[in-house]
Design a protein around this ligand. Structure first.
Ligand code: SAH
Ligand code: SF4
Length: 440
């Protein structure tokens, strides 16, 4: 039995999947009688959920953990969760000897027991390591503990089978598996009953969703039918698996937000081949044209990597040209980072670091210009904004998003989080819009 007074503090780094997983961990621990604390001071247990997708994310997590090590004391334990434990396993013991728990993403059910056992031990014992990868773990019945968030994440697939040659995800998150559709809709219903108005369906490659005969498009329509739910979003799509039925379902259903995150990674067919992405530049452009033709007002975002092994200046320019041609609303741009065990790690990392930085800065400058122009074109538009909460920069103002995911802040007129209101987008502050009520 766990000590009812044991209090756990969780910090999360990395992608939306990690945020969703931290919610699952929170629920598993609450169900086992633990308390969850927002602050570190009162916590008996500090857990840090980490990301291993790029070396920079890994270094940030190590920095954070090293700075947390000063909190370690007799009777307080520190654990690392997520993708770094899955990648480095026992090696973490010597790298960070102060750790007590090293737990990968498929072993969170072990946490209550591991914490209980560990709390009784001397603090210089070597860390417990739980990094078994599962073909079936979906934490399916663990409905994340949510306290009425307006927008909530719902995981629909775990793992990834794509093995893009640069990517560590298939190694640290294991094989791809889909959740039963009925349990997804049950979770969404439970969230809506607790005040959620929008869900974001999560998977490394949502288009690979398959449950019995149901596809991702079926899953989206089923979720959109949940009563009381205002909006459905999803992340991430893959050009190899995306199907036109997705755009048809989006077009037919106003609850499904007109927003698509479709990572392209490179504009060069040779580099796409080396990355094992399974599509060409031409196919990618066709998909975007289909999306724009079928889903009116669709906003598009992407991920791009520069400086992949052997990428030439000309091939980098092809990426710039593609981004210029498509004119994404936004993009997440990265320089290639070698990840252990991946196929690309065997290729010479031959684009020099200063060159990677130059390419990245050039791409970011171009994309920022495009994003600003696309945003400016929205000024004057009236749209529905789902209010998510208070503005992080000014707590007298509210913050929300348009259906196409543009952030909006505004001075409230009696409204509150969870409501949908019509606002005119009047001005831009950086990449955030200022909204005004419409005077009738
Ligand atoms: N499943 C999603 C997200 C994967 S990780 C997808 O397929 O798009 C998010 C992004 O990180 C990737 O899209 C890619 O652009 C970037 N990324 C992944 N591995 C990387 C690496 N080794 N170096 C640089 N960027 C990387
Ligand atoms: Fe990584 Fe590719 Fe899977 Fe995305 S699709 S998680 S980039 S292997």
């Amino acid at each position: 039995m766990s000590d009812k007074a044991t209090t756990v503090h969780i910090q999360t780094y990395g992608c939306q999947m990690n945020l969703a997983d931290s919610r699952t961990v929170e629920t598993l621990l609450r169900n086992a009688g633990f308390h969850i604390a927002d602050g570190i001071e009162k916590a008996d247990v500090i857990l840090v959920n980490t990301c291993a997708v790029r070396d920079s994310a890994e270094q940030r997590a190590f920095g954070k953990l090293n700075s947390l090590s000063r909190w370690k004391s007799e009777g307080r334990i520190i654990g690392i969760l997520g993708c770094i434990p899955q990648e480095l396993k026992e090696d973490l013991r010597s790298r960070m000897p102060f750790l007590d728990l090293i737990v990968g993403p498929d072993d969170y059910r072990e946490l209550p027991r591991l914490i209980d056992e560990r709390l009784g031990l001397a603090s210089d014992e070597p860390a417990y390591v739980a990094t078994r990868l599962s073909r079936s773990e979906l934490y399916d019945e663990i409905l994340p503990h949510v306290t009425g968030d307006v927008s909530a994440f719902v995981t629909i697939t775990r793992g990834c089978d794509k093995f893009c040659t640069y990517c560590v995800v298939p190694f640290v998150r294991g094989r791809e598996r889909s959740r039963p559709l009925s349990s997804i809709t049950a979770e969404v219903e439970a969230l809506v009953a607790r005040g959620t108005r929008e869900v974001m369906l999560l998977g490394q490659n949502v288009d690979a969703y398959r449950w019995e005969s149901k596809s991702f498009a079926d899953c989206l329509s089923a979720v959109a039918e949940v009563k009381g739910l205002e909006r459905v979003r999803f992340l991430t799509s893959h050009p190899q698996d995306i199907h036109v039925s997705l755009f048809e379902v989006m077009a037919a259903n106003p609850k499904i937000c007109p927003y698509l995150h479709l990572p392209v990674q490179s504009g060069s067919n040779r580099i796409l081949g080396l990355m094992n992405r399974g599509y060409t530049r031409e196919r990618y452009i066709d998909i975007i044209e289909e999306a724009r033709a079928l889903v009116s007002g669709i906003a598009l975002s992407t991920d791009i990597i520069v400086g992949f092994p052997s990428e030439t200046e000309r091939e980098f320019e092809e990426t710039l040209e593609l981004a210029e041609q498509i004119r994404f609303d936004s993009a997440f741009m990265f320089k290639y980072s070698v990840r252990p065990n991946t196929k690309a790690a065997k290729m010479p990392d031959d684009v020099p670091e200063p060159e990677k930085i130059r390419r990245l800065e050039k791409l970011i400058a171009q994309q920022n210009g495009i994003s600003r122009q696309r945003n400016k074109a929205q000024i004057g538009r009236v749209d529905e904004v789902l209010i998510e909460g208070f503005s992080p920069k000014n707590n007298k103002w509210l913050f929300g998003r348009t259906p196409d995911f543009r952030p909006v802040v505004f001075s409230p007129n009696g409204e509150g989080p969870g409501q949908v209101i019509k606002l005119r987008l009047t001005e831009l502050r950086g990449f955030t819009f200022v909204g005004e009520h419409i005077i009738k």
